[in-house]
Design a protein around this ligand. Structure first.
Ligand code: SAH
Length: 404
């Protein structure tokens, strides 16, 4: 559905930008060989086809080793929308129909960049990003993390059956497979004779569960879910980032399942390095466990002032611990709720810090994500409507910074 919607969104934008005398996409399709088409229409059609093709692969505006044609990344953002302040908004790519078109319409009609983190790490993570960052001269954060399951978990190699051909995990989510489930798999596989592959219906049964629950082979016929530290590794966080200090494993899975994939975000944010050599002021909305802050730090961009707005106390503790443990020299301010971020307080911060260089945030996806069977109410849902808070605050910052 996301791909279709992306194409829809791209189409909408295309339609919005074609002059009345120009031919619409549908007409273009029925007129494939119409030599009368003028050059600019042909160019737009080519761009549309290209976007449809790329959106299937979710490579955004290009990923390392997979270049995209310049016509796709040549975004030509209108002058009034170029930073600073830069902004960077993230959410799940797979949303009910119409969500990304609405988000894009609010965020200045900027084309979403749909990208799968599997190009940066060993797990899929299909996300949409809307931002006004430059898209040229992007480079990967080093060191490059393991990009296959087998590289990430070398100890699993001796136990990995040849018939399990996975090289990437599915999206890491907030809940994990249970112990009884892994027991059922062990029993099913053990029924086959020694040194023999299980029959195809067993293989199919096991593979479905392994894919659904992201299970890896940890011993003879034994599968297990990733433990939270392994999840930290894949998500690009320092080991033990979410561990200890009163945080249990269930909570760790939840925090990590909701977070940014650090290497992916760093790939986008690296362009800020040359722009803010002396450091950066960040307004971080829905900070979570600090995926954006960790990315900026790992990129070597000094964090001067970070205002972190995050509801969860546990998340605030994780970010505060990380801040202290990495000897940050800047100032970190915690605010619990985006709804408390008034124009008055923004004005105060802007005059104190000399403005925000970037407004980052991925608002809750609870009412958007496909895994939610109960309250997938779309952007107007109880949690996901917080997107409008992101927009309100960004608008305020832009307005106040222009006025100051
Ligand atoms: N990008 C983050 C995770 C974002 S998930 C990371 O890298 O970890 C969305 C976050 O929004 C959650 O951590 C949730 O606790 C927080 N949140 C929900 N409602 C909020 C509100 N009203 N104000 C601030 N944060 C909120």
């Amino acid at each position: 559905m996301d791909v279709i919607e992306f194409i829809d969104a791209a189409r909408m934008r295309h339609d919005a930008h074609v002059a009345p005398s120009e031919v619409k996409v549908e007409e273009l399709q029925s007129n494939r060989h119409n030599h009368e088409l003028n050059r600019s229409t042909r160019f737009k059609k080519r761009k549309m086809d290209e976007m449809a093709r790329l959106s299937n692969k979710m490579i955004g505006f290009g990923v390392p080793g997979v270049p995209v044609p310049p016509m796709v990344i040549n975004r030509n953002l209108p002058h009034y929308i170029r930073g600073p302040p830069y902004f960077y908004y993230e959410n799940v790519a797979l949303t009910p129909k119409g969500v990304w078109s609405t988000i894009s319409r609010f965020l200045y009609d900027i084309e979403p960049e749909f990208l799968d983190s599997q190009y940066f790490c060993a797990a899929q993570r299909k996300r949409g990003y809307i931002h006004n960052l430059p898209t040229n001269n992007r480079f990967r954060l080093l060191p490059i993390p393991p990009t296959t399951i087998q590289e990430a978990f070398p100890l699993s190699r001796p136990w990995w059956p040849a018939w399990d051909t996975r090289t990437k995990l599915n999206c890491l989510v907030t809940c994990v497979g249970s112990a009884p489930l892994t027991e059922r798999i062990k029993i099913a596989v053990e029924k086959s004779a020694e040194n023999e592959e299980p029959p195809s219906h067993i293989k199919k049964y096991v593979m479905n569960l392994c894919k659904k629950w992201n299970l890896v082979w940890v011993g003879k016929n034994r599968v297990a879910p990733l433990d939270p530290s392994e999840m930290e590794l894949i998500m690009g966080f320092p080991e033990n980032h979410t561990r200890g200090g009163g945080i249990g494993n269930t909570k760790r899975y939840k925090l990590l399942g909701n977070s940014f994939q650090v290497d992916t975000v760093a790939y986008h944010l690296l362009v800020l390095k040359n722009l803010f050599l002396g450091g950066i002021n960040v307004l971080s909305l829905f900070t979570g466990i600090g995926g954006a802050e960790v990315a900026l730090h790992r990129l070597g961009i000094p964090l001067k002032n970070v205002v972190s707005v995050e509801m969860s106390k546990t998340c605030r503790i994780v970010v505060q611990s990380w801040w202290e443990e990495t000897n940050q020299k800047g100032k970190l301010i915690h605010v619990p709720d985006v709804r408390e971020v008034t124009e008055h307080i923004l004005k105060k911060w802007i005059s104190e810090f000399g403005g925000f260089d970037i407004v980052i945030g991925g608002s809750p996806c609870n009412n958007l994500a496909g895994g939610n069977r109960v309250s997938r109410d779309g952007l107007e849902g109880q949690h996901s409507s917080l997107f409008y808070e992101y927009y309100r605050i960004l608008q305020s910052v832009r307005h106040l910074m222009r006025a100051s």
